[in-house]
Design a binder for this molecule. Structure first.
Ligand code: MEV
Length: 350
């Protein structure tokens, strides 16, 4: 369980508590400490098609991002990401990170609960995931920042605010990454509709193997858009195939039928390859995982690099899969997703 967000005034106050007597920013500038946390995401089925309104299934993983805001002494609000060695200020235009920071600060200011309403902040962000790895690094950081900037938001609101940040990096994202980053658990996401929780009958053990190649979601999404222009029938057929796979995968998840889920993941990988989203490294990671006992394996996220998700029947097989990847020259790890009840309302169960 991860803490979602906390707002603390004054030294020594506990995480998650709202303590102290002064309103935000009313006294000593340094007395504000507002924090936020978010999950990383693994898309089990449905990436890319989800951009065009097809539902997708995804789960949150414990590795994600965290952020904390303190009152700033300067004229502008600043974002520091020590792990990346960067610091950007509101209004800087040079990089996507600077533009995304400006966008989320401007959007957050519209909310009367924002810590920004009492003056500029210095926000420190920590991403526990590699950027470009397909595990929702930017969305996790965006949601963690959103929560630190506006304490007390629902998960739905945090995901919505993070979209102003996400659009800078990814153009016109479907919103699935931000939704999972905010809610965690296992969800069915359909663009424009409220996220639906998918109750898991059994825990999922998933292995994540990295190709070692960062990929750009925007570039990969643009590639599918170009293919769709050139070969609309091929892409529409692919999307209708993915729609059936996702529907069946939802039933498999609810029934705890991991073998069926694995088969559906394999079929989804075939369709994604047909959309030119796979690479030699992805295919090798999938093949090695299946040889080592995975029930199914596919790229997860944008493809073109990034990560592969392999579904393991148990923890011992997961170890074998990760070890097999290491022998093949790749890195990976396994994690489990437990049956969790996720709400679409006020508070996600983090
Ligand atoms: C990226 O994590 C998932 C994509 O479907 C893009 C999106 O949904 O915005 C490739």
């Amino acid at each position: 369980m991860l803490p979602e967000a906390s707002l603390v005034h004054g030294a020594g106050a506990g995480t998650g508590a709202r303590t102290g007597t002064s309103p935000v920013g009313a006294s000593a500038a340094s007395s504000l400490s507002s924090t936020g946390r978010a999950w990383g995401k693994v898309i089990l089925l449905g990436e890319h098609a989800v951009v065009y309104g097809v539902p997708a299934l995804a789960v949150g993983i414990d590795l994600g991002a965290r952020a904390s805001a303190v009152r700033g002494g300067g004229a502008k609000s600043t974002l520091e990401v020590p792990g990346w060695g960067v610091s950007v200020s509101e209004g800087d235009g040079g990089t996507d990170l600077a533009r995304a920071w400006t966008a989320i600060v401007v959007a957050a200011r519209q909310d009367s609960r924002a810590v920004l309403s009492a003056g500029p902040v210095v926000l420190t962000g920590h991403a526990e995931l590699p950027p470009g790895g397909g595990l929702g690094c930017s969305a996790a950081l965006g949601v963690a920042i959103a929560r630190a900037l506006v304490p007390g938001m629902t998960s739905e609101e945090a995901a919505g605010l993070a979209m102003s940040w996400e659009r800078v990096f990814h153009g016109n994202p479907s919103g699935i990454d931000a939704a999972v980053a905010a809610h965690g658990g296992s969800i069915l996401y359909e663009k424009g509709s409220p996220m639906q929780s998918v109750p898991l009958k059994v825990s999922l053990t998933v292995c994540l193997g990295s190709t070692g190649i960062a990929s750009s979601t925007k570039t990969m999404v643009d590639g599918v858009a170009r293919l769709r222009e050139k070969k609309p029938e091929l892409v529409e057929k692919a999307f209708s195939g993915i729609t059936s796979l996702v529907r069946n995968a939802r039933l498999a998840l609810e029934a705890g039928d991991l073998a069926a889920l694995g088969n559906l993941m394999n079929l989804n990988q075939m369709i994604l390859s047909g959309l030119l989203l796979s690479t030699e490294e992805i295919e090798r990671l999938c093949g090695t995982a299946r040889d080592d006992g995975a029930l199914g394996a596919k790229l997860t996220g944008a493809g073109g690099g990034g990560c592969v998700v392999a579904l393991a029947p148990d923890a011992a097989t997961a170890e074998q899969i990760v070890a097999g990847w290491k022998v093949a020259g790749f890195t990976g790890f396994s994690t489990s997703v437990r049956p969790t009840q996720v709400t679409t309302g006020h508070e996600a169960q983090l």
